[in-house]
Design a protein around this ligand. Sequence first.
Ligand code: GRF
Length: 252
Amino acid sequence: MGEVTGPSEVTRVQGPVRPARAGEPARLAVLVSGRGSNLQAILDACAGGELKGLARVEAVVSDNPEAPALARAKAAGVPRVEVLDRRSFPNRAAYDRALDALLAEIDPDLICLAGYMRLVAPATVARWRGRMLNIHPALLPAFPGLHAQRQAVEYGVRVSGCTVHLVDEGMDTGPILLQEAVPVYPDDTEESLSERILPVEHRLYPAAIRFVLTQPWRLVGRRITLCEEGVEGARGTGDTVRGAGEAFDGCK
Ligand code: GRF
């Protein structure tokens, strides 16, 4: 597939996302705001799980100086642990510029939002399009935004789950990479549903990272579809690891 381009060039929306330093693990930057259990799952997967040898966490960036995720990053020996305290910026635009500059300086191969509680500014989204992922604790497009599990319980759905998607300019609106469902029971609370979804998130996020780093995927419309690499005009397998799409002819 095509080469990964630098952040200042036109970014592709296809995979596999290859490390800028060929032969080395992809360098991840993980953006956090809080607890950091998804960060931990990514760190563990890089250390000895399904991302071993494939990815390493180069940087963790938090907009919250009190985020417990920061201690997890330090304990794991992440080379760069950065705080952009949202309260220390005069306004939103100043914060957005600082984050954009920091990410450009870190220059990761892939950015993972993991409980990062802010919308990423459109200019930054554009720079990293196809190389920025987010995890959301609902089956999007249902229940975007805050308190997704509470929204699901209050709505009365019988099934919810989690979604890993590419980040676009909207709130949890980007193209979907992987989803996994969990049941919702009549006596569920926001807490009990969150507890059921969380271990699934911890499996799904590393799987999605592995997917974008290893699979010949391509964005067609809103759909992430697999191509058979090297086959001229190959039809997509339609298999996006979990969940089937239709085969298509767009992988020339
Ligand atoms: C997770 O449920 C994630 O899906 C959502 O925020 C929560 C973050 O949890 N975006 P943690 O900080 O990864 O433990």
